[in-house]
Design a protein. Structure first.
Length: 94
C-alpha cells in the first residue's frame, strides 16, 4: 500500500540512500510504519529500522546502485558523497 504523496506516486518499494543518517533513519521509520518495503543503500553501518533490506555499497558504485534500484517505485536520496580518500579515522571524535 505505502504512502501517496502525489496521486500517481506509489511508495510500496523505496530505495533510500542515507538511511543510516539522522533524517534518513527517521524517514525510514515513517515509511516502514506506512507499510513501505525499504531498500537501504548503506556505506558502513546497518540500518537502525527493522524490516529494511540493506544493500552494501556507495553512490559511485553504479552496479550496486543499479541492483538496489531493481523494482523500486521511488528513490529518496539523502546520502552525502564520501570522498574515497577518507576513512573511519577521519570521523573519530577528538
Amino acid at each position: 500500500m505505502g504512502w501517496r504523496w502525489w496521486p500517481s506516486m506509489n511508495l510500496e518499494r523505496v530505495l533510500v540512500t542515507g538511511a543510516t543518517g539522522f533524517i534518513g533513519s527517521h524517514l525510514c521509520q515513517a515509511l516502514f510504519a506506512a507499510g513501505s518495503e525499504i531498500i537501504a543503500l548503506v556505506h558502513r553501518s546497518e540500518p537502525k529500522t527493522g524490516g529494511m533490506v540493506a544493500v552494501a555499497g556507495t553512490l559511485n558504485d553504479l552496479t550496486r546502485v543499479g541492483e538496489a534500484l531493481k523494482e523500486c517505485d521511488a528513490v529518496l536520496h539523502l546520502a552525502a558523497f564520501i570522498p574515497p580518500d577518507l576513512n573511519d579515522a577521519d570521523y573519530a571524535e577528538e
